[in-house]
Design a protein. Structure first.
Lengths: 566, 497
């Protein structure tokens, strides 16, 4: 054996690597195809997804490229992952305008997430055909398909939550510190995608603490040490990520918890959009309905899992419940208190929760493979195979518990009251009949961002030099994303933005792109500086063009030419 | 009880062989000269270029230097992660069960030589008998050679008072420079009759079955030339420093060394408990008396000659340094030795590359030379980072254009976070959950390491073969010694010829 060659180990998991990668590639390609059809064919593009692509563009190709241009309002990982794709697609701005980098990232992330769920089941050595069936119920669920195809951060988040669940389940059997480290790192990366991971971190810490305390065989002092160490391993990465992120945010913007407190953050958006609406009881009921809309059998599944756990005394259902349940619980609680919107996508974790819990119904078979099992490991599964009746029952569970979700979701996702952001895509793709009012609303959504592309094209045609158009990115991100000349814009992440806004003529700014001073537009930087600029130019500009917006929830832009001081 | 004082010519020949043997037979393998001509030339040219650059194009030079260092840090970080992952699989550590070790019949066992070099340790020599007496090995096939310097009367008298009897033998090494442990071991080798040789320190407490386990392993895998047992500290709870040291050793012996061994890369051996086949040791030239970490050097030399090392799960308990000044002395000697060993190993780069391979050579260089150099430059860069945080002065901004900045930032933040996390993982995997606080406070340990690295590099240039003795017995296990002063830092000038 020559130097450098790793010891050949007969790791059974390596044997299926090609098989897994093929599945992942197939899923990713399908999701990307759906995404391209949605964004190019049907015109459905979600604002949050497009703004992340725009953020990536700011980092690389704005007048003042720097990493902090990503912004600190939303956690950075999604944008960060999109950076190389944006760099590659820079010369085709129509791809950027249609959110293609986002679509690619969310497609790959979601297929990897499904792969992780499959891996969780395969770790338990249950039958592979059944695994495919369970995972298909997750991968083909309309909500999952939509969020794999639209570039939102849910897909990446589900990937890391799936990794956490898998690691936690493995650790509970193997007592292997590396599985615990996987949970820790999954939590940290999950936090960098969405801050909901903090709730999952707390839940995981509790489970880990309890498990270690209970199963370590030693003096009380050693058990306390072991518990402290295990909790440290799970919690240290996410704590570090949180501290570093807050520190960087504070150093750069002066605001440590920008996600919550900044003018672009959750609290402000909520207030300016009229709040969550309704009274708490209504909100609680609504939240339950959202869960049922995605997985109508979710409560039955949880009940079955609880009974199963009590009967067989095996804690296999616990990791999924803790991880996905923490996200659901946290969102429900925030919505209940009125701190967040009641979006259907916040309940998306109900789908992998249902899938994983049903996957736990078959008992573990054979030996769990672990690289470095700890002292309290219990790697042995059941020695005998499944009896015929049990096998049939498990297939019945897939059909009876998971299939309803896949079949009912298209109906529930087409109702605007429940699926505010998804109904347009569902109705237009599936051709579901709807009332004329709803059809008009759907068509408006399909036209969203078309106006922004027109604004971008108008400005591009003028072949303006760098720094000619000043705009805030509250709504203007869509214009910058679609433009073939991003350097013509002066945006808030540019270091000279404030000075340029104060004296546009001296900074050779030619145009101001303004939005109405109402609703969310009141936090627009240009409106803050010149409160009447949209209405009458505020002595700073002369109206050049107005762009009535054909999309929904987007403002009518007014382009003002800067009045020179002479 | 027997001492050695035979005919005048015999010990002289043995002594000469011990001191000069390696140097004469294979001068390029000896650290008697620190830098060979081509190395000296390269260093001088590099220094000249640096100075010229700073004078003529200061901006560009600073950027290049910073970029090079940032790359070095990044490479070290990546390599440690890879090593950690490679060592993850616990099949990289070789295990022999108790039953298997005992199953070997006494007649089946080969002759074993245990070398125990000691210098200025009258107080621990008594415990030696107890600890090594527990070794489960037939007395007629075992010889324990206790190597003492002839003029170290305190230790010699203490040993004789404690009563040295077969299979133990006292060997008095005639006083000669360099006054180092490897020279004593080389001398002792002349009198060794075993097929397998190992070294223990005077205060070590080896696993009683360790010798048998080593025999089983050698038989199981005839291609193995050397087996390193795991070193661990019995006083990890004594204070923060011992906790740090214990966590570091845990990581080293449970992950990094097995990772190196599994990839067939050079394994720097530990100071004790390395079990070598006698004929391999003879062929490789013995230990280098001019190298202050002769164990690391031997490990590299074995690899360069194509021999394989394995890591055995069998613990030798040692005592961790509990005093910071003493620790710095020991660690600076280690860093000096690492640099010596690396310089020697790279003297014939083509040969080394051919035998060990490119990745192995890079791994070896990063691990041995990169560690002290990075530790030393840490102080400078931490200072720079601190100043940058306070005021972002333009002078620093010049040295860090965007790519360099992000590289440096990544290795600073992510590298350090990963290093700390891997310490946690290593401690937990070994069941040392009591080291949690020590692991979390590891960054302070890095400051100590940085100080030791500066001292080591300085000594490399000024006093390369000076062996700074580590004081042992500070763990309070032996109550009689309270109040005694043990400063063994007497000037022992060495003139490498």
């Amino acid at each position: 054996m020559s130097a450098g060659q790793l010891l050949r180990t007969d790791d059974p998991i390596r044997a299926v690597r090609v098989y897994r990668m093929t599945w992942a590639a197939v899923m990713a390609v399908c999701y990307i195809a759906v995404g391209l059809w949605l964004s190019h064919g049907k015109g459905v593009i979600l604002g949050d997804a497009l703004s992340r692509v725009a953020d990536a563009r700011f980092v690389l190709f704005s007048r003042d490229p720097h990493l902090a241009a990503m912004g600190f309002v939303f956690t950075p990982l999604t944008t960060f992952v999109e950076l190389p794709l944006v760099a590659v697609m820079e010369h085709w701005p129509s791809l950027l305008a249609h959110d293609v980098p986002g679509i690619v990232v969310s497609a790959i992330a979601m297929s990897l997430a499904v792969l992780q769920i499959a891996g969780t089941l395969r770790d338990r050595r249950v039958g592979s055909r059944w695994i495919v069936a369970v995972c298909a119920m997750v991968a083909l669920h309309p909500m999952i398909v939509f969020y794999a195809a639209n570039g939102m951060s849910e897909a990446l988040f589900l990937l890391f939550m799936a990794i956490c669940t898998r690691g936690l389940l493995r650790w509970m059997a193997s007592d292997d510190v590396h599985d615990l480290a996987l949970v820790g790192i999954g939590l940290a990366l999950g936090f960098l995608v969405r801050y909901d991971a903090l709730a999952v971190g707390i839940g995981s810490a509790v489970v880990v603490a309890g498990t270690t305390l209970w199963r370590t065989r030693s003096t009380l002092r050693m058990r306390a040490h072991a518990m402290a160490m295990d909790v440290a391993i799970v919690v240290a990465p996410i704590a570090t990520a949180f501290l570093l992120w807050s520190a960087v945010s504070w150093l750069t913007t002066g605001d440590a918890l920008a996600q919550f407190t900044s003018d672009y953050g959750n609290t402000t958006i909520l207030a300016l959009s009229g709040g969550s609406g309704h009274d708490p009881l209504y909100r609680a009921g609504f939240e339950i309905i959202e869960w049922l809309a995605l997985e109508p059998m979710i409560f039955v599944i949880i009940a079955v899992a609880a009974v199963w756990t009590a009967v067989r005394r095996v804690p296999d259902a616990l990791p999924a419940l803790v991880v996905y349940g923490a996200v659901l619980g946290f969102q429900a609680f925030s919505y209940f208190r009125g701190d967040t919107f009641g979006f259907l996508r916040f309940a998306i974790t109900a789908i992998p929760l249902a899938g994983t819990l049903v996957g736990m119904l078959r008992p573990r078979q054979g030996l769990l493979f672990s690289r470095r099992a700890g002292p309290a490991a219990r790697l042995q599964g059941a020695d005998h195979g499944l009896s015929r009746s049990r096998r049939l029952a498990s297939w019945a569970a897939v059909v009876g518990l998971l299939l309803p979700g896949v079949l009912i979701a298209p109906v529930t996702m087409s109702k605007p009251q429940i699926a505010n952001q998804e109904y347009a895509a569902t109705i237009s793709v599936l051709g579901i009949p709807a009332s004329p009012r709803i059809r008009l609303a759907v068509e408006a959504q399909q036209r969203t961002f078309r106006t922004e592309r027109d604004v971008a094209r108008y400005l591009d045609d003028q072949q303006l030099p760098a720094g000619s158009v000043i705009t805030d990115t509250l709504f203007g991100y869509a214009v910058v994303a679609a433009s073939s000349n991003p350097r013509q814009f002066v945006i808030p992440s540019d270091s000279d933005f404030v000075n340029a806004l104060n004296d546009p003529a001296a900074h050779h700014v030619r145009y101001l792109l303004t939005v109405p001073d109402s609703g969310r537009g009141t936090t627009d930087a240009i409106n803050r500086r010149y409160p009447t600029i949209y209405a009458n130019g505020a002595d700073a500009g002369i109206l050049e063009l107005e762009f009535p917006n054909s999309g929904s929830d987007q403002p009518a832009y007014r382009l003002y030419r800067v009045r020179s001081t002479a | 009880m027997s001492t050695r004082d035979g005919a005048a010519s015999e010990p002289d020949a043995a002594l000469v062989e011990a001191v000069d043997g390696l140097r004469r037979r294979d001068p390029l393998a000896s650290a008697a000269t620190v830098f060979v001509p081509w190395q000296t030339r390269t260093l001088l040219v590099a220094a000249a270029l640096l100075i010229a650059g700073l004078v003529v194009v200061p901006g560009a030079t600073v950027v290049i230097v910073t970029a090079a260092v940032a790359l070095l840090y990044l490479a070290t970080m990546v390599q440690r992660v890879l090593l950690f992952v490679a060592g993850l699989d616990d099949r990289t550590i070789l295990t022999v069960s108790e039953a298997e070790a005992r199953r070997l019949a006494d007649d089946d066992l080969p002759r074993y030589t245990v070398l125990v070099p000691a210098y200025g340790e009258p107080e621990v020599i008594g415990q030696l008998l107890e600890h090594l007496g527990a070794l489960e090995y037939p007395a007629d096939r075992l010889e324990i050679l206790v190597l003492l310097e002839a003029d170290d009367t305190a230790t010699v008298e203490a040993a004789q008072a404690a009563g040295v009897e077969s299979p133990m033998r006292l060997i008095l090494v005639p006083p000669a420079e360099p006054r180092t442990k490897p020279k004593a071991c080389n001398y002792g080798m002349q009198f060794a009759t075993g097929e397998i040789i190992t070294i223990y320190d005077a205060e070590d407490i080896p696993d009683p079955l360790q010798l048998r386990r080593a025999v089983v392993l050698f038989r199981r895998d005839p291609g193995l030339a050397c087996i390193q047992a795991r070193l661990a500290f019995h006083n990890s709870d004594q204070n923060l420093l011992t906790g740090w040291f214990a966590a570091e050793y845990g990581l080293w012996f449970r992950y990094l060394l097995p990772g190196l061994a599994s990839r067939r890369w050079p394994v720097p051996l530990g100071g004790t408990s390395n079990h070598l086949q006698a004929k391999v040791l003879a062929e490789a030239g013995g230990w280098d008396p001019y190298n202050v970490t002769e164990d690391a050097d031997l490990g590299l030399r074995l690899a360069r000659r194509g021999y394989r090392t394995g890591v055995l799960e069998s613990i030798t308990w040692e005592e961790a340094n509990s005093d910071a000044i003493n620790w710095i002395r020991q660690r600076s000697r280690w860093y000096k030795g690492y640099l010596q060993s690396c310089l020697v190993a790279l003297r014939r780069p083509k040969d080394t590359l051919r035998v060990i391979g490119l990745r192995g050579t890079i791994a070896m260089t990063l691990l041995l030379a990169g560690t002290p150099v990075a530790a030393a430059s840490n102080l400078i860069f931490w200072l720079v980072a601190f100043i940058w945080l306070l005021g972002q002065p333009a002078a620093i901004a010049v040295a860090y254009p965007a790519p360099v900045y992000y590289m440096a930032l990544t290795s600073f933040v992510i590298g350090n976070v990963l290093a700390l996390y891997s310490t946690l993982l290593g401690a937990r995997a070994g069941g040392d959950s009591n080291l949690l606080m020590a692991c979390l406070l590891t960054p302070l340990y890095w400051i100590l390491m940085a100080i030791a690295a500066l001292k080591g590099i300085w000594q490399l240039l000024v006093r390369p073969s000076y062996w700074e003795k580590t004081v042992h017995g500070l763990d309070g296990m032996d109550g009689e010694r309270a109040g005694q002063d043990h400063d063994h830092e007497s000037e022992r000038a060495v003139s490498p010829s």
